[in-house]
Design a protein around this ligand. Sequence first.
Ligand code: ACO
Length: 323
Amino acid sequence: MEILGTGRGIPKGILTNQDLEKMVDTSDEWITTRTGIKKRRICSQEETWTLLATEASRQALEMARMSPEELDLIIAATFTPDYRLPSGACLVQNELKAYKAAAFDIAAACTGFIYGLVIAEKFIKDNPHTKALVIGAEVLSAVTNWEDRSTCVLFGDGAGAAVVAAGNHQGGVLASYIGSDPRVWDLLCVPGGGSLHPPFKPGVAKEEYFVKMKGNEVFKYAIKYMEEAARIVLKRAGFEARDVDWLIPHQANIRIINMVAKKLGIPLEKVIVNIDEYGNTSAATIPIALDEAVRDGKIKKGDLVLLDAFGGGFTYGAILLKW
Ligand code: ACO
């Protein structure tokens, strides 16, 4: 399976660390040194999950020189689509008029884009004519507690997408791996809003409807599992970390990114980082970073690219591909 096109949908509104200093007890210095984030994008009233995801998808289709009617499959990785029902993928399908496709969402938090690519790969293996669109998109501002300084400085909104198909050159996905460890799922969750604590259930505090995270504990798992997933795909494909041209890690924290790169032995010049611009956009970080790196001409044909993610669940996964 090859990636034939990429795209991104980015909200216009920018929320800087200085803006956050006026909202909660924090500082640009704390946020920058602890996370690497300088600003993040936040949706306005008019900018919806579907709008961002559709923009990213149109760009990816254009790069792939494919029309929406050719799509057989639309997979959206998200936990913040516009509605609980229908899925975000169906709404993008409607916008694109891609009526031939099957469409569904997957819930794998920040690892969702990698899970989505792995699922698409299976469909393509099953039928090599399959053309798929994989989206990673989030409006995290909707599930962020803007009074909680330990989480609100981290998250942003955005969307990325990739068009994938069997391809015809000796490249594409060389190895992939997905895993999950649910034993400490409650270190990172949104307790309210599901069927256990539906909206407006008496006795459920407002804060329960937002992302809750024990950041310093999640931190350790993120490094452990991102390193593990990367090593598994490198081994499966018969490569060493030194062969990697570009590492595109999930952008949750610059310290996590630096430590994973260090543990793997990948120099920082080979690591794509845009967390300073966008913060953590969950399932969207990797496809946005991939699209930027492709359009900036950083990633060139033949390059070995390693995608590596970790998120709520906990979920984790990696993909090694030849561009
Ligand atoms: N501004 C100033 N001080 C703050 C802020 C803030 N925004 N937030 C927390 N602090 C304080 C804390 O209260 C604490 O103070 P204390 O020592 O007086 O108690 C101190 O800073 C240190 O807090 P820690 O939580 O230990 O800080 P840490 O260095 O761990 O950084 C962070 C926190 C950035 C959240 C980090 O732990 C992290 O990135 N964790 C991993 C996140 C991640 O990978 N998530 C997974 C993907 S996200 C997804 O799936 C949606």
